[in-house]
Design a protein around this ligand. Structure first.
Ligand code: ZN
Length: 84
């Protein structure tokens, strides 16, 4: 991979996340590394994939008390996100 400027890296990440559902964990891991390398915060994008296995196949299981629970269909890891 050629060296990217920070701006190019941000563009690449934005583009990548538009089509996140069709990405595989290996690609997601790579893009996360790219973000870390350039010190780019993923913010909301972090919620688009499982933090354990990097699968984008997440399913909402419940929303209550402003907490959204999402299960990873790949490894079963449950993440909880506070809704603002
Ligand atoms: Zn998972």
């Amino acid at each position: 991979m050629k060296k990217l400027s920070k701006k190019e890296a941000i563009e690449k990440i934005e583009e990548f996340f538009k089509d996140i559902k069709n990405k595989n964990p290996k690609e997601i891991k790579k893009i996360k590394k790219l973000a870390m390398k350039h010190n780019i915060k993923l913010k909301e994008k972090r919620k688009k994939f499982c933090k354990k296995c990097f699968s984008p196949r997440l399913k909402i299981i419940s929303i209550k008390n402003k907490i959204k629970r999402v299960v990873c269909e790949e490894c079963g890891y449950i993440s909880r996100w506070k809704i603002k």
